[in-house]
Every structure is written in structure tokens, then in C-alpha cells.
Design a binder for this molecule. Structure first.
Ligand code: AHR
Length: 494
């Protein structure tokens, strides 16, 4: 049994809202994410609405998915949106050069994506093509989607069956322009960004939130240069960081890992906090009012693909370790919600740290899914300031914080605390002082399992799932909590 972790929650001092868009997702034309994951076509035997799987839509609505980023990723800078409109049988086919060299038949395009967002009740986040597209192409796409009046693009939209414009707020101007999106320098990209963003017009009352391509992990020079040159033309700046247990050549297995590799995975996940802190400090110099949001539009674990699957499809299983990674990242994002306005897990279905896996008509929910289920209570709630001293989790001569935490108060006055005990061997006792509020009732839910590499399979879909948490109790001196080893816990106080 561990010593006491100490937590103080200032329940009457919350100032920032946790933007619900922190709980966003990302879906690319990659492997079986779009095709098979969402899109089965209208004639499929899988129950669908206008070609989109009903089971997947319902599962995502159940976690209150607030937004969906599409069509990439690296694919976005090769995507020409006009190939994906009009009668499906007439749409040209292309090669998805980034992801497996497979044929992309463009059957899922702008109308299908925006229909998906309407079915999900989620806001679209479209990633525009800077790498191989033109200013005109991007500008016309926005006109096609959002313009209400008489114009060539609005008329084309009507001809293709959609009378009313859609509302689209989030608009990405290039993806990973430092890499797959064009191998640009930050100076060159800043100029291009200013040029493209100028023609990303606001039509009618549609207001775009333009998101510039941000840094790859710890590339602070990218943030510095793009903020210096273009901050006043953007509303958001992205950041990409993946948790890769080993290295890019051999990333490690999704299910078969020892405790040393588990420790490294958590250690690398915790690095997200340092990244946000340091990029924020740079952004603060150019934007002290925090007008520009930090948009972490790709995050999550990245392992070797499952044996026997297409290496270009990035299909991986998802264990309790992934749930711990998700819980820690989401706590970090909440605690930085002053600057972090959106985050998008890569990628929703069948790719990387997916929340959903499908096999033909079958669907399972991963441990990561259940973390989003627990944490959805934080969406649009007020972040509560905390001070926290954590016990350490040690491996060899290294040590990291064992426990991660964030807390919020919702509009109804309920307080929610999400806690992760990354230590797979020891329970963690937490003595909590609640300042500025008194709670009468405590309840909770938790996610854990017998082994850290337990996962849900099509044969055993509910091996890792949520259960009631009984380890929290209230007394005159506050709240005391006992977290089981390797667990993610939600506590509700009222
Ligand atoms: O999510 C997979 C890929 O990771 C994306 O296409 C790209 O943006 C990133 O490198």
C-alpha cells in the first residue's frame, strides 16, 4: 500500500471552460477507417443510414463526439474535393499513395462526410489541401459548402442535391506541412498559410475558425516562426504528438509488451504536458490574450500493425494500457484548457488508437472508448484548479508520477474528478481536500482489468469495461479515495 497522495480541489475558483472539442476525433481515408469503419454503402447488409453504419454512429453519439476531423492526415494534402462530389458512379478513382497504395474510389466525399457529421450531431473539421492543391481549390470548397446565394459553387452544390449550405467552422490549412504535407520550412509555410487563409472566406453568418499547421512534437522553432509571421491570421495552431513506445522503425506491439515497455509508454505520454507548456509559453509571447487556440489534432498511441495486416492500414489492438494513456492525455488537456481548445484522437475506427474496431458487420468498443465515456462529463464544464502531489511509480532508476488527475464543475453544480493510477502494481490512496464546497454524496465508475494488456476482441467484446467504483468515501476531513492498480476512475460529488 502506497503512502498518501495529496489533492486539493478549489471548487469555487474555476475560471476556464473545458472546451468540449477537447474530446474530438480524427478520421482519415486510411485503411478501414472510412471504408468499412463508417461507410458500407447503401446496399450493404450492415444496418446503415444513407450508407453510414448505424452502430458506429450510435456508439459515437453515446460518448457525445463533439467534432470530427477529415479527410486527413497526410491524405488531406493529396485530396481533391471535386473528385468526391456528384453521382458516385462518375467519380474518378485515385491511388491512396500514403496508405497502402490502394484504390480510393471517392464514394465517400463532401456530402457523405457532412451527412455523417449531421447524423453524429458533431461539428465538422475539414483539413484543406495546401501540399498539392491550389488557393482556388480550397477557396471554392468553402464556397461550395457554406455559401447561400447565387454562385457557381453554391449552384453546383444544389445540382448535387443539397439546397441549404452547411455550417463549417473548423478549417485546417494544410496538414503536417513540415512533413507529408509538403516538407516545408516554417518561413515558407507561414507565407503560404497567409496566402491560403486570405481566401478562406466567411460566407453569410458562417464564421471560419482557421487552423494553421503546427509543430511536430518538440519543434519549438516551428511554433515560434509561424506565430511570429502569421498569428494574427489564424484562430488555431495545431500540434501533433504520438506516443510511440520504442522508435519509428520498430514501434512495439500493441498487446505484447513487458512492464519496462509499459513504463516507457506512460513516461512518453506524460511528455505531452511538457510539450503543451513549452509551446504555450511561445504562443503567450505573440498572443498573451490566448486568442489563438492550441489544437492538438493528432494524438494517441502508435504501435506496429497487428501481425498479418496491411502495414499501410495502421490497424492495431487497444489494451488497458491505451486507456491509461488516454486518461492521462485527457487530464493534461483539461488542465491546460486555458490554451488547449481542441484535441482529436487518431483515429476513430480501425486505425491507430481507435475507440471502435469493426469486422464486417461486427463492432467492438475498445478500452479507450470507455475512457471517453467516463470523461464526457467534463465537456463544457468549468475546470477546477487543483494542487496535487503524486506518489511515484518506479522502474529501475526511473520514476514518474503514479497518479494523474483533473476536476471540473458542471452547470448543475456537480463536481467530477477523473483519476488515473498508472502504477500496475500498487493501489494509490488519495486524501482530498475540497475547498469552497461541501459534498454530501459520492459515487463513481472505473475501468480496470486483471492484466495491463487485456483487450476487447470480437470473441470477448466486454473483457475491459466500466464498473461501479466503491473506493471513495466522504468524511469531515474531506474525500478519501483508493485507486486500484492500473485503473481509470471517475468520481462524482454532489
Ligand atoms: O494518423 C496517421 C498519420 O499521422 C496522419 O496521416 C499524419 O498527419 C500523421 O503523420
Amino acid at each position: 500500500i502506497s503512502a498518501q497522495n495529496r489533492l486539493i480541489i478549489e471548487a469555487d475558483r474555476g475560471q476556464n471552460t473545458i472546451n468540449r472539442h477537447i474530446y474530438g476525433h480524427f478520421s482519415e481515408h486510411l485503411g478501414r477507417c472510412i471504408y468499412g469503419g463508417y461507410w458500407v454503402g447503401e446496399d450493404s447488409s450492415v444496418p446503415n443510414t444513407r450508407g453510414i453504419r448505424n452502430d458506429v454512429v450510435q456508439a459515437l453519439k453515446d460518448i457525445r463526439i463533439p467534432n470530427l476531423r477529415w479527410p486527413g492526415g497526410c491524405f488531406a494534402d493529396e485530396y481533391h474535393w471535386m473528385d468526391g462530389i456528384g453521382p458516385r458512379e462518375d467519380r474518378p478513382k485515385m491511388i491512396n499513395t500514403h496508405w497502402g497504395g490502394v484504390v480510393e474510389d471517392n464514394s465517400f466525399g463532401t456530402h457523405e462526410f457532412l451527412d455523417l457529421c449531421e447524423q453524429l450531431d458533431a461539428e465538422p473539421y475539414i483539413s484543406g489541401n495546401v501540399g498539392s492543391g491550389t488557393v482556388e481549390e480550397m477557396s471554392k470548397w468553402i464556397e461550395y459548402i457554406t455559401f447561400d446565394g447565387e454562385s457557381p459553387m453554391a449552384n453546383l452544390r444544389r445540382k448535387n442535391g443539397r439546397e441549404e449550405p452547411w455550417k463549417v467552422k473548423f478549417w485546417g490549412v494544410g496538414n503536417e506541412s513540415w512533413g507529408c504535407g509538403g516538407n516545408m520550412t516554417p518561413d515558407y509555410y507561414s507565407d503560404l498559410y497567409r496566402h491560403y487563409a486570405t481566401y478562406c472566406r466567411n460566407y453569410g453568418d458562417n464564421r471560419l475558425y482557421r487552423i494553421a499547421c503546427g509543430a511536430n512534437g518538440g519543434d519549438y522553432n516551428w511554433t515560434e516562426t509561424v506565430m511570429k509571421n502569421a498569428a494574427r491570421h489564424m484562430q488555431g495552431l495545431s500540434l501533433h504528438y504520438y506516443t510511440v513506445p520504442r522508435n519509428w522503425g520498430d514501434k512495439g506491439s500493441a498487446t505484447n509488451f513487458d512492464e519496462k515497455e509499459y513504463f516507457t509508454t506512460i513516461e512518453k505520454t506524460l511528455f505531452m504536458d511538457e510539450l503543451i507548456t513549452k509551446h504555450s509559453a511561445i504562443m503567450d509571447r505573440y498572443d498573451p490574450q490566448k486568442r489563438v487556440g492550441m489544437i492538438i489534432d493528432e494524438w494517441g498511441t502508435w504501435y506496429n500493425v497487428e501481425p498479418g495486416t496491411n502495414p499501410g492500414f495502421l490497424y492495431q489492438q487497444n489494451t488497458l494500457r491505451d486507456a491509461i494513456v488516454a486518461g492521462i492525455n485527457l487530464n493534461i488537456f483539461n488542465n491546460h484548457s486555458e490554451r488547449v481548445q481542441m484535441a482529436n484522437l487518431a483515429q476513430t475506427v480501425n486505425v491507430l488508437q481507435a475507440v471502435i474496431l469493426t469486422d464486417e458487420e461486427k463492432m467492438i468498443l475498445t478500452p479507450t472508448y470507455w475512457v471517453f465515456h467516463l470523461y464526457k462529463v467534463h465537456q463544457d464544464a468549468t475546470l477546477l484548479p487543483i494542487s496535487f502531489t503524486s506518489n511515484k511509480y518506479r522502474q529501475g532508476d526511473k520514476e514518474i508520477d503514479a497518479v494523474s488527475v483533473s476536476a471540473s464543475k458542471n452547470a448543475g453544480g456537480k463536481i467530477h474528478i477523473t483519476l488515473v493510477n498508472a502504477d500496475p502494481n500498487n493501489e494509490q490512496r488519495i486524501s482530498t481536500q475540497l475547498v469552497g464546497a461541501s459534498a454530501k454524496k459520492v459515487s463513481g465508475k472505473m475501468l480496470t482489468s486483471a492484466k495491463i494488456n487485456d483487450y476487447n476482441s470480437f470473441e470477448q467484446p466486454s473483457k475491459v469495461t466500466v464498473s461501479d467504483f466503491k473506493g471513495a468515501s466522504l468524511s469531515n476531513s474531506g474525500l478519501s479515495v483508493v485507486l486500484p492498480p492500473k485503473s481509470v476512475v471517475l468520481i462524482e460529488l454532489q
